[in-house]
Design a protein around this ligand. Sequence first.
Ligand SMILES: *Cc1c(COP(=O)(O)O)cnc(C)c1O
Length: 344
Amino acid sequence: MKAREFRSDTMTRPTAAMRRAMAEAEVGDDVCGEDPTVNRLEATAAGITGKEAALFVPSGVFGNQCAIGVHCQPGNEAIVSEKAHVVEHEAGSAGALSGVQIRTVMPGNGHYLTAADILPRIRVGDDIHEPKTALILLENALSDGTVMPLEAMREVEALARARGVPVHLDGARLFNAALALGVEPADLAAACDTVSFCLSKGLGAPAGSLLCGPRAFIDRARRRRKVMGGGMRQVGVLAAPGLIALTEGRARLAQDHVRARLLAEGLSAVPGVRVDLRDVVTNMVYIRLDLPGRTEPGCVAFLEAHGIRVYPPLPDGIRFVTSLEVDDDDVAAAIEAVRAFALG
Ligand SMILES: *Cc1c(COP(=O)(O)O)cnc(C)c1O
């Protein structure tokens, strides 16, 4: 039985074109700035985000943590949503690597931090008891598959500029967010000082992220990357599929959003399955079960037995993620399997 992969868009395997590009990539020592393919990828990423420069880093976590380490000094505070990847899924690394205190804030709207959420948490003045607020960290798209409107980002930007606090955008799924909002990635990046995004999720590359920002910041980030052990040598073999991710990978992201929508609508028609269709705007669908005597872990096990792969239930319910690993047939099969579980 074919395994139908709904766990995550990190499961995407490189396309045939990416594997060819890896084999043929022109390479050099990137730690010395001599890998022409990495240089091309960094220039391309800077262009797409409208920033002066970019840095190729091994992962999304690396990009965020490198940014935190450059924006902040040990003992500084970063304001972050309590639901953010940096808080939930980065193994405490802001504390471990940069000595930064994370000020977690529960977003009032349940999804993203607004200027109103952030304003009372920005510390002003020179009270020696208080840490200094050195960074505001936003996420778009959000880990729950929803997006932060551009207007809300601009309000945070205005507040941050007025208070002299930089803003970093964890844009692991920046292109999904831009697509869902009908704006350019550069529009989202323009509301922030720095932005990182992943090549290795829906865009389909095997590894790698880009950290983008002003040239002076990226120069410091390059040193920080070295400190963190992220300087890689002939890494053009990974930059080459990254360049394809930014063209062909981006071009097909819309299909993932269409399939997530179809999946959500199909699942919402199953008795006892609750889906908030308003929250399905990118490539993620969360469901909750309202079936007496049946549990979400039981549903996940049933799906696994029927060849549908999803992660164990998350706090927001069972998550389905569409990606280039998922076709229309997989969507239909997932809906049928959930229906069989609900009726069974
Ligand atoms: C996946 C993800 C990351 C981290 O990416 P890795 O490449 O897995 O380290 C960071 N932020 C968000 C919002 C993510 O979804």
